[in-house]
Design a protein around this ligand. Structure first.
Ligand SMILES: [Zn+2]
Length: 114
């Protein structure tokens, strides 16, 4: 296992070695705590964003930003259509919404928070 050893913050010399949670500089004897800065807070919970990058949540109202043909029907959801109370679901089409024309699953990238 190779750890990247930082230069001593005190004297700047790279003659340092790790010792447990600490780094120790052999030249000036400075000790400092290893920083575990690589703690990635990767929220596995998926965040669904609209076309503008705003985070969508259940119950939001959205506006369609692009004419959307509904698969398997002759219905086209027109740009500018407002949809109230969306419901977020997992998967490819993240937004479950009810419109006057029926209930559809839409991609969040075609929606804008109203
Ligand atoms: Zn030093």
């Amino acid at each position: 296992m190779t750890t990247t050893i930082p230069p001593c913050p005190q004297c700047g010399i790279l003659n340092t070695y790790p010792d447990g949670d600490f780094f120790i500089c052999a030249d000036c004897g400075h000790e400092w705590l290893t920083q575990q800065s690589s703690q990635t807070n990767d929220d596995s919970e998926s965040i669904i964003k609209d076309a503008n990058g705003n985070i969508l949540s259940d119950g939001d109202s959205v506006v369609i930003i692009k004419d959307l043909k509904v698969k398997g029907s002759s219905i086209t959801l027109k740009v500018g259509t407002k949809i109230k109370s969306i419901r977020l679901v997992g998967g490819d089409h993240e937004v479950d919404c009810k419109t006057d024309a029926g209930q559809f699953m839409l991609k969040a990238c075609f929606l804008r928070k109203a």
